[in-house]
Structures are given as C-alpha cells and as structure tokens.
Design a protein. Sequence first.
Length: 348
Amino acid sequence: MALMDFIKKQFIDIIQWTESGDGTLAWRFPMRDMEIQNGGSLTVRESQMAVFVNEGKVADVFGPGTHKLTTQTLPVLTYLKNWDKLFESPFKSDVYFFSTRQQVDQRWGTPQPITIRDKDFGAVRLRAFGNYNYRVADPKLFHTEISGTREAYTASELDGQLRGLVLQHISDAIASSGVAFLDLAANQGEFAKALVTELSPAFAAIGLKLEGMTVQNLSLPEELQKLLDQRIGMGMVGNDMGKFMQYQTAQAIPEMAKGVGAGGSVAGDAMGLGAGIAMGQVLAQNLQQGLQGGAAANAAQVAAAAAATVKPDDVMATLEKLGELKAKGILTQEEFDAKKAELLKKLV
C-alpha cells in the first residue's frame, strides 16, 4: 500500500490554478519532483493562460479551456521546435499560470511637482494623480522579462516599476498633445488618452497591455496658483484701465484690512483704515456710475473722478506694479504698453 501511494505521488493527472484574489500575476504549479502523466489534463480558466517551460525554454502557451496532455495533442510547438521528439510518458516540465484579468484601481501620482513647458505660462511645475488598469497580454514575454522562475509574482511587486513609467512619460505626453495647461485642467479625459498613447509601448515591452487611465486632478503649487488667479483676473477686465484699477483696489482691500489693528501704531491703523475707506468710496462711486443711465454723463463723471483722484505718485506706483506683472509673465509686452499709455494720458 505504501508503495502504491508513493507511485501515485510521482505523477500528476490534473494541472489547474484557482486564483486566490491577492493580486497574483504569475504562479508556478508545484511539481515537487513529480512528473506529468501522459493523458493528464490541463485546465486553464477564463482570464488565465498557462505556459509550459521545458529544459529552461518556453515550449508552448495555452489559452482558456481543457487540454488533454498526450503525445498526439500536446505539442503545438509554437515556440520550441522538435519538442515532440523530446516528449515521453511520463515527462517533466515546469508549468506557469498567468492571470490575464484586469488589475484595476492602480494608483499613480507625482510625489514632487514636475516641470513642464507650457505655451501660455512657460515653465510650469505641475502636480497630478489618478489611477490606471492593465492586464498581462503576452505571458511568454512577461515570463522572460519580469516574473521569471519564481513561485509567484504579484501586482504589488510591479507597482513601483509601473509608477515610474507613468511619471517618466507625463512630460512627453503633455508635450506631444500640444495642449496648454488650462485646457488640460479643463479636459482631463483628453490628457488621460494622451498618457495611454504615450505609455502603451512601454507596457507592451514587458508583456502588459494598458487598458485605461484616469487623471483625477491637475494642480499647480500654491505660489503659481496665485499668479494664475491674477492672470485670470486681468483677463476678465481686459484693456479697460478703469476696471483694472477697480480690480487692483478690490485685491488690496483685504490685505490692508488685515494690517489694521494687527499691532501697529494708532496712526498707522488710522491711515490704513482711511485708505480702505477711500478705496471703498472709489468703488462705490464707480458702481453708482455704472448703474446710472446716460453714457455721456457717466463719461464726464468718470473723467472728473479720475482727475481728482489720480496723482503722479499713484501713476508711478501703478506702473511699477504693472512692470512686475510683466516681468513674471502675467502681462504681455503689448498689454503693458497699452496700460502704460492710458496711465500717462491721465497726467496730461
């Protein structure tokens, strides 16, 4: 009886794999010095593929289905010529199973901002994150390039390599798309498609297929976001100097209000409060003028208010501010020249 048990343990009749759900991509069937019985069966389930390795070389790849292992039906010999001449009963081979189902919700992100070249803002430091999904598409290539002869290889072990591939190709994807940052942020789906196009060859080189990708967020560092907000504000007012002054005043009031009563002198607080009140009065006057009917009357009132409030020192301060905005790339040279001409006219 013991002899019969020993003999039975030496031969394998059924070769199959039931996935455990732990993200295993490749799994080696445990031979333990046993041999495959002639006439045995290989069961490959949907979302799986099996690879036979004979004498260290990939002999054949089997797709889903039940395969009878006999000298007549086994050797498809897609990869290894004359394997049938080496086939005996019983025979010894290594069998590897590969999961071909999608590995979903794989996360990617930029731990540090990456620098890209943008057609509107020049060099921009960008943050982004999202997820992607992939599958093993070429088990033979994945076996030779990645998983090798290990007993098991999981998705978590591959995660760092794939994240690195994503980060490596983000700049290339943005450059190839030719889309400005503002348009990318507004249409993240198109950016994701550009990433898939750029990354697919790198995934295919190791036997994987990139099935899909999402971009959940695109953002700038805080200091660049502030400059972008100013640029957007300037875009809203256009070349209207009156609206530009209103915009600048509105931006300055909250900052001046913070300084009032923050430990400064009584005189300084009074000056800050007085300046804030004066700015508020200017805003109120402009609002009232905008609501009143009669274009000619409004133009006269605006001109009178400008003559009474605009001083040479104020014009110079505004020009310096505009120069800073131009130096930072927020204003173009043409926008700066137009606003400068309008200011200088007010001094005549």
